[in-house]
Design a binder for this molecule. Structure first.
Ligand code: ADP
Ligand code: MG
Length: 567
């Protein structure tokens, strides 16, 4: 199916120096971004260039890779000079040059920024730095002192040219451009093109190649971007709640790895969600079939990795959920572009941990839109939502009529039961298989007694299993010298579930009792049962210890394995 295959060249097609190519591959870049694909060939030829693309589209590598490929490392003098508007940007660019050039022996990169010691800068220049990155003020300073010479320069780059002019560096920039040897390549990169830049380009660039990449905000405008603050252990419950409450037609949930994809499909399926996975684990024909099932509504939630979902075009996708954060801003814009297709609107919800503010910053930059922080639906919101869904079902059923129930109801009324009381009883019966609402906080801290101490004490404290959990018995205990950590490790690894989802562990003498999320598929339990700890298989089985029964709540809230109803 053509919609899943977007043809783009590979870095290998770009005639980069092998050492540069290998650095790029070791950094995990898979394919050149559009600005890279379109500018690198001309830059390798030594052409002047005006490149325009939004922030976060990979402009640094677009000029760094070809310019590094053209260096003469035996010549120990400045060959590439990059001007950047701020110290932070200059440092970033310098670091990028070092990373992309990590396999070029003899490469020296000098950073010339204000607010920093001259000594180090002079040292790098003296050692014969071939690449110099700096802010205009300090660069001119070095030119004036004579410590920086541009006679041997083969390329001058103006990065973030628009920002540079906005910050009032126009005269400095003109001066440096004028000081550059005539035959040097001149390269401007900018996110926008104010007329001032056009003017400098026309004046100083010779027959420049102009490349402009359409900004992605056109996709962004019909996509509402939201942010949910949630940390690892609570993400599954957060996702379940969102999928339940949001008006999802179809959703794509992005995870980072194939393994995470498999796990999440199993976890969601166990919770009654109609989910399927799309990752590199599937061959092409299986991927196509999965996408067809999503299109036809046979699957509603697709768990995908970035690579597998590239170019995916399914109009009914109403939501994209970034369960794991994207690697970079390009991946972010690509992911959220899977919704809002065919002129519809879409919703993108990104999970970010409480300490991941910086990444949120670059995602917002990438689309030029702020993400609205969205509170997670709490229990009362979920109950209210379920009431609404049930309310609609009742109304629908009223209009359809349910005359076959009339005799029964009239009999109950004749027996003297109050009609409202009766209706409540019917509603409770009809809703008995609604899933229990899970906890957002994994019960990490209270996992297990360190000293293996007094099991009786623990039992008194927690007579009923934690919410959303079921107790299982495993056949190793104190007599086998087992420690809680070993059990968590074995159950999590064998079962492929997050350690944080394993609840309390109570180690007794001959066996132990562990809490696991309710609704685990039997395939996972079977895998866990085969795990060996302290030389013995765990032989996991549901714990039928009598202490649970008397505590069972009237509302059946701790009922086992309930499938969620699809609204
Ligand atoms: P820009 O200058 O356009 O704002 P950057 O050059 O700072 O963008 O790149 C943004 C991010 O994208 C960086 O984290 C960079 O490592 C990453 N990146 C650049 N090119 C690629 C690529 N081809 N594949 C994957 N990631 C890339
Ligand atoms: Mg940049």
């Amino acid at each position: 199916m053509s919609s899943t295959s977007v043809v783009s060249p590979s870095f290998g097609d770009l005639a980069l120096l092998p050492a540069v190519l290998s650095a790029v591959e070791s950094l995990g870049y898979e394919t050149p971004s559009p600005i890279q694909a379109q500018t690198i060939p001309a830059l390798l030829e030594g052409r002047d260039m005006l490149g325009q693309a939004q922030t976060g589209t990979g402009k640094t590598a677009a000029f760094a890779l070809p310019l590094l490929s053209r260096l003469d490392l035996t010549r120990r003098e400045p060959q590439v000079l990059v001007l950047a508007p701020t110290r932070e940007l200059a440092q970033q660019v310098a670091v990028s040059f070092s990373r992309y050039g990590q396999k070029l022996s003899g490469l020296e990169v000098a950073t010339l920024c204000g607010g920093q010691e001259y000594r180090e800068q002079l040292g790098a220049l003296k050692r014969g730095a071939q690449v110099v990155v700096g802010t205009p003020g300090r660069v001119i300073d070095h030119l004036d002192r004579g410590s920086l010479k541009l006679d041997g320069l083969s390329a001058l780059v103006l990065d973030e040219a628009d920002e540079m002019l906005r910050m009032g560096f126009i005269d400095d920039v003109k001066r440096v451009v004028a000081d550059t040897p005539k035959e040097a390549q001149r390269v401007f990169f900018s996110a926008t093109l104010p007329t001032e830049i056009e003017r400098i380009v026309n004046r100083y660039l010779v027959d420049p190649v102009k490349v402009a990449i359409e900004s992605r905000t056109t996709t962004g405008e019909n996509i509402e971007q939201r942010l949910v603050r949630v940390d690892g252990g609570a993400k599954l419950e957060a996702l379940s709640r969102i999928l339940e409450v949001e008006p999802v037609d179809a959703a794509i949930v992005f995870v980072r790895t194939r393994a995470a994809c498999t796990t999440l499909v199993e976890q969601l399926t166990a919770r009654g969600v109609n989910a399927a996975g799309l990752s590199g684990d599937l061959d092409q024909s299986l991927r196509e079939r999965t996408i067809q099932r999503l299109k036809r509504g046979k699957v509603d939630v697709l768990i995908a990795t970035d690579v597998a979902a590239r170019g995916l075009d399914v109009p009914r996708v109403s939501h994209v959920i970034n369960y794991d954060l994207p690697q970079d801003s390009e991946a972010y814009t690509h992911r959220i572009g899977r919704t809002g297709r065919a002129g519809r609107s879409g919703i993108a919800i990104t999970f970010a941990g409480f300490r991941e503010g910086r990444k949120v910053g670059w995602m917002e930059q990438a689309t030029g839109q702020k993400m609205a922080e969205m509170p997670l639906p709490d229990e009362s919101a979920i109950r209210a939502h379920r009431d609404d869904v049930f309310h609609q079902r009742v109304i629908a059923s009223l209009t359809k009529g349910a005359d076959e129930q009339r005799a029964l109801v009239e009999r109950l009324v004749a027996e003297g039961y109050d009609p409202v009381e009766l209706a409540c009883a019917f509603a409770a019966l009809a809703r008995a298989d609604e899933a229990p609402i899970g906890r957002l906080q994994a019960p990490r801290k209270e996992r297990a007694p360190r000293d293996g101490g007094k099991p009786a004490g623990r039992r008194e404290r927690g007579g009923a299993p934690s919410e959303g959990m079921i107790r299982y018995r495993v056949s190793v205990g104190h007599k086998d010298g087992v420690k809680p950590g070993q059990l968590v490790g074995a159950l999590a690894n064998e079962g492929g579930i997050e350690g944080a989802r394993i609840g309390r562990i109570d180690i007794r003498n001959a066996f132990s009792v562990v809490e696991l999320p309710s609704g685990l598929p039997s395939s996972i339990l079977a895998k866990m049962a085969r795990a060996r700890v302290a030389g013995r298989p765990l032989e996991i089985s549901e714990d039928s210890a009598p202490e649970r029964a008397p505590r069972r709540r009237r509302d059946d809230g701790d009922a086992p394995v309930r499938r969620r109803e699809r609204a």
